[in-house]
Design a protein. Structure first.
Length: 94
């Protein structure tokens, strides 16, 4: 378990996040899939969250993450989606 700010608080906050590419296109395969996984790991380190499990299907992404309860889930999702989208579009010009 992770430790919170006060020495008597303990937390275990987990989220299951699912998102799809625009129009649910089947583009998350091959090299794009590999780069997406690397980018997610990179951003999770920056956000100080841990990806416990992940599955990238051709038309959607599943992530099971653990995070500090002081970080709002909408902020986590916003950062993960915008960062990976920006980087993948730059790499693959879609």
């Amino acid at each position: 378990m992770n430790r919170c700010f006060a020495k008597h608080n303990v937390f275990n906050v987990s989220y299951h996040i699912i998102w799809i590419p625009k129009y649910r296109k089947h583009i998350l395969k091959g090299e794009i899939r590999e780069q997406l996984m690397l980018l997610l790991k990179e951003k999770s380190i920056q956000l100080n969250i841990s990806i416990e499990a992940s599955e990238i299907m051709p038309d959607h992404v599943h992530l099971f993450i653990k995070a500090n309860p002081t970080i709002i889930i909408s902020t986590i999702v916003k950062h993960l989606k915008s960062y990976t989208s920006f980087k993948l579009r730059k790499m693959f010009l879609y």
